[in-house]
Design a protein. Structure first.
Length: 138
């Protein structure tokens, strides 16, 4: 077993100091992985590869599933975490672009008003009644 695998097993066992030892050993490879992921993104991406590495690393260590069998398994999990971060980022941008800042309101909480001409319905009804009586009489 290499150092990374030993540290991963220590993290699994709950050793809090092991995660501090892990980052320096895997950072360079995570940075390369993040750069590869970023190359696949559209131009104008605001997320930097370094930020992607840090976010993925935090998710991996804070996540419930920390059962990495090997170094390769860890990097596959890191790649998946990076993919999810990029997808979430794209969805967030699309939501904001499509009016995502709008706030949803329940209809029972909103007073609905209709702007239109003020019509006196009683007067209208009386006028229609007069017309009907005139047409009946004729």
């Amino acid at each position: 077993m290499n150092d990374v695998t030993l540290i991963l097993h220590a993290i699994e066992q709950g050793d809090e100091k092991a995660s501090e030892k892990l980052l320096p050993l895997v950072y360079k490879q995570l940075r390369i992985l993040a750069a590869q992921k970023m190359k696949q993104e559209r131009p104008g991406q605001t997320l930097q590869a370094t930020a992607l590495v840090h976010e993925a690393y935090i998710r991996l260590l804070e996540g419930a599933d920390q059962n990495w069998n090997s170094r390769g398994h860890f990097f596959k999990a890191a790649a998946e975490a990076m993919r999810k971060i990029l997808v979430e980022n794209a969805r967030r941008k699309k939501r904001l672009k499509r009016g995502g800042k709008r706030e949803r309101l329940a209809l029972d909480k909103v007073a609905i008003t209709v702007d239109g001409p003020d019509i006196d319905l009683v007067a209208l009804d009386e006028a229609l009644a007069k017309l009907e009586s005139v047409s009946i009489a004729s």
